[in-house]
Write a protein that binds this ligand. Structure first.
Ligand SMILES: Cc1cc2nc3c(=O)[nH]c(=O)nc-3n(C[C@H](O)[C@H](O)[C@H](O)COP(=O)(O)OP(=O)(O)OC[C@H]3O[C@@H](n4cnc5c(N)ncnc54)[C@H](O)[C@@H]3O)c2cc1C
Length: 469
């Protein structure tokens, strides 16, 4: 009988030896097939990664994006995150995505910003990738970096197809957690300087049946109503205090539907799979308990939990050390840079690392619109690699502003263009002059601050609320 590859076959066995009293396994040298060779390889299809992929592909580079989930969008889709903060004025790819969501009637004004429909986001991103002729592979986790003589040559990926290698002229790490840079040996920092502790994680969930629930302007009134509801449904241990700036019921474009930001799990290492599993289980239980409580508050009696996110939301993991480290002073001063690639205008939103902390940092840290220099995207001591998204080079405090998705997209589109330019020239991204990149971005309609006054910028940001204290 003829047997096809699907019904029979075998992988070559790799010699291995259990060693060190069962504490380790020794793997023999193995031959890993190279299955693709591209101009630009993007690891991670979250907000930064999709912008990087689209920017590189639209600039003529042969581009491949690797994503471990079965969808593009990262925290937007697998994480059910809403709203989309700090997207206004970013231009080019960011604006193209917003226009696509508006056309699909999947975009809604909410408070000072906007929300989107999660399913429409998945489809819009796949359509945009197809139109840009970008390649992407789902269910593919980057597990190692191929480094030769101080330069990254590609990555090793694991999937149902086995362990495979991909070579690229330029690699962009958009994994959120800085996985590629870390595997390539680039130094990184995590959490606060004093103790390395990072912000808590949140599993978002979506609900329907919110009826005439009014748009929240702050979190405290709902927090108080949850306390009142305990008289009816019994005590529930809330994973946050009154000053935590949660919970939020976030109206979605679909009538009666909302995303809920409320669960909090503290002290979790985002690079420890067992800790991540425990955190996800704990947060999912919190979501179900919170729904029980929310149903006992005014306007929300008809509320139904429709889904919890497939992946817990990680606010903070590795920050890759780069040629420049963006600091809180840069943000306070609204600093501008000759090699600026995007800007941030969001407050410093630190969800405190302890459940009991009484002060929410976004209320005490004055910020001004500030620019992010190209040097924050260039990892220290390694050629051929760029980083974009929440893992760029910055401090714990400044990260709490630039980590929002609109700004991550701004970084991604700049990294994608820079990678395409470097690949076309046959030079490393570090050789690209910041002002040259800056001018090319401006030619594509990317918004930067330049010498404009904060008030003028704020006027342009469609009334987006900032904290100025
Ligand atoms: C609970 C929560 C609430 C937030 N609230 C808001 C908000 O309201 N508005 C807002 O704009 N921002 C908000 N943020 C911030 C924002 O969501 C993140 O900082 C942002 O998504 C970072 O974008 P990114 O592309 O760098 O990373 P991510 O969105 O984390 O995307 C990384 C992508 O890489 C993939 N990936 C990771 N590792 C690998 C690997 N090794 N191989 C292959 N693929 C990999 C992931 O699956 C993912 O798709 C919030 C964050 C959290 C966690």
């Amino acid at each position: 009988m003829n047997q096809t590859k699907e019904t029979a076959g075998s992988f070559p066995a790799h010699p291995m030896q259990v060693a060190a009293g069962n504490a380790a396994v020794l793997e023999a040298l193995r031959r890993t097939p190279v299955v693709a060779d591209v101009d630009v390889l993007v690891v991670g299809g979250g907000p930064a990664g999709v912008a990087a992929t689209l920017a590189a592909a639209r600039s003529g580079a042969k581009t491949l994006c690797l994503e471990r989930h079965g969808m593009l969008g990262g925290v937007w889709t697998a994480g059910l995150l809403n709203p989309l903060f700090d997207a206004f004025g970013k231009g080019w790819i960011v604006q193209a995505l917003i226009d696509r969501l508006i056309a699909a009637q999947a975009w809604r004004k909410w408070n000072w910003t906007h929300t989107f429909d999660t399913e429409a986001m998945k489809l819009a991103l796949e359509e945009m990738f197809t139109e840009a002729r970008a390649a992407w592979w789902y269910y593919s986790t980057c597990v190692d970096a191929i480094v030769e003589a101080g330069r990254i040559r590609g990555v090793v990926v694991e999937s149902k197809s086995g362990r495979e290698a991909i070579l690229a002229k330029v690699v962009i790490d958009c994994s959120g957690d800085g996985d590629v840079a870390a595997r390539a040996g680039v130094p990184f920092e995590v959490g606060r300087v004093e103790d390395g502790r990072a912000q808590p994680m949140t599993l978002m969930f979506e609900v329907e049946g919110i009826g005439d629930y009014p748009e929240q302007r702050s979190s405290e009134p709902l927090y108080d109503r949850l306390q009142d509801a305990m008289a009816q449904v019994g005590p529930v241990e809330l994973p946050f205090g009154r000053a935590k700036n949660v919970p939020w019921i976030i109206h979605l474009p679909r009538p009666g539907a909302a995303a809920v930001q409320a669960t909090h799990v503290y002290g979790v290492d985002a690079t420890d799979v067992r800790a991540l599993t425990r955190a996800t289980v704990a947060a999912r239980r919190q979501a179900h308990e919170l729904v029980r409580l929310l149903k006992a508050t005014p306007h929300l009696g008809g509320l139904r939990l429709t889904q919890t996110a497939a992946a817990i939301g990680v606010r903070e993991a590795r920050r890759v050390r780069g040629h420049y480290c963006l600091t809180i002073d840069d943000i306070r001063a609204g600093r501008r840079f000759e090699d600026a690639v995007t800007f941030g205008a969001f407050p410093v939103d630190v969800h405190e690392v302890d459940p009991g902390a009484a002060v929410h940092s976004s209320r005490i840290t004055a910020t001004q619109p500030y620019e992010i220099p190209y040097r924050c995207l260039l990892p220290a001591g390694l050629e051929g690699l760029l980083v974009a998204g929440r893992c760029i080079s910055g401090t714990h405090e400044s990260h709490a502003s630039y980590r929002v998705t609109g700004t991550c997209m701004g970084m991604g589109q700049a990294a994608g263009l820079a990678a395409a330019m470097a690949a076309a020239d046959g030079t490393p991204p570090s050789a690209l002059a910041g002002p040259t990149l800056n001018a090319e971005l401006a030619r594509r309609g990317v918004g930067l601050l330049g010498s404009r006054a904060p008030d003028e910028i704020l006027g342009d940001l469609h009334g987006q609320k900032l904290v100025w204290e």
